[in-house]
Design a protein around this ligand. Structure first.
Ligand code: PXP
Length: 236
């Protein structure tokens, strides 16, 4: 299993003072040197953390893969087509949310999603859809032509070690098995941390985990290199 690091919250810290520190590109390069196999950055509609310039700079300078997280917004689709990241991950976005709150409703917006990702696929960009671990969403995702799904692990993470946790884990396991039976590749992410990540090994064939907040939080105390290295070892 591979580790993709989401560096949004390095940008959150930078933007708190409006200057250039901490440097987002430098953080990404340290992640890569310490075991990250891709870098994820979410260009939100309100640009609250990652800015357009970060995307251009990351695309030009990182050595692994850039995974651009984005909502179904035409201006961001335009940037994606210009930058051509290795992959995009399509997520739902609500202006007031603190973080991505749920998976994309691909089944309920099938034609819109299929049509939105077509130019991206045509441009050779790998497309992943961030969905809740539900059969109906997995099937619809497959039918859009996307190559990957990213399973939303937020509920699993929130219920880890508590009532309902096992049920949430089984939802992920079953959704991953079903997706792989259709030929989809499967990533997972959201809310994963140093404590709950180990159960992802019980899900066969997971390709990559995308983890951000817990790594950046640990890095405040240990430095980015140690935080990424420790997570990369756990994920491997
Ligand atoms: N994957 C997706 C699609 C996300 O939206 C996020 C959060 O931006 C993550 C992974 C990483 O989540 P976390 O920061 O909780 O590790």
């Amino acid at each position: 299993m591979l580790l993709g690091v989401n560096i949004d919250h390095v940008a959150t810290l930078r933007n708190a003072r409006g200057g250039a520190e901490p440097d987002v590109l430098k953080a990404a390069l340290i992640c890569e040197e310490n075991g990250a196999t891709s870098i994820t950055a979410h260009l939100r509609e309100d640009r609250r953390h990652i800015k357009d310039a970060d995307i251009y700079s990351l695309a030009k300078n990182i050595k692994t893969r850039l995974n651009l997280e984005m909502a179904m917004a035409e201006d961001i689709q335009k940037i994606a087509l210009e930058v051509k990241p290795h992959s995009i991950c399509l997520v739902p976005e609500k202006r007031q949310e603190v973080t991505t709150e749920g998976g994309l409703d691909v089944a309920g917006n099938f034609e819109a999603v299929r049509d939105f990702i077509k130019p991206l696929l045509d441009a050779g960009i790998v497309v992943s859809l961030f969905i809740d671990p539900e059969e109906v969403q997995v099937k619809a995702s497959f039918e859009t032509g996307a190559q990957f799904i990213e399973m939303h692990t937020g509920t699993y993470s929130n219920t880890y070690g508590k009532a309902g946790g096992e049920e949430e884990f089984l939802k992920l396991k079953n959704a991953a098995e079903y997706a792989q039976s259709l030929g989809l590749r499967v990533n997972a992410g959201h809310g994963l941390n140093y404590e709950n990540v180990h159960r992802m090994h019980e899900i066969q064939g997971l390709y990559e985990l995308n983890i951000g907040h817990s790594i950046v939080s640990r890095a405040v105390f240990t430095g980015m290199a140690e935080a990424v290295k420790t997570m990369a070892e756990a994920v491997k």
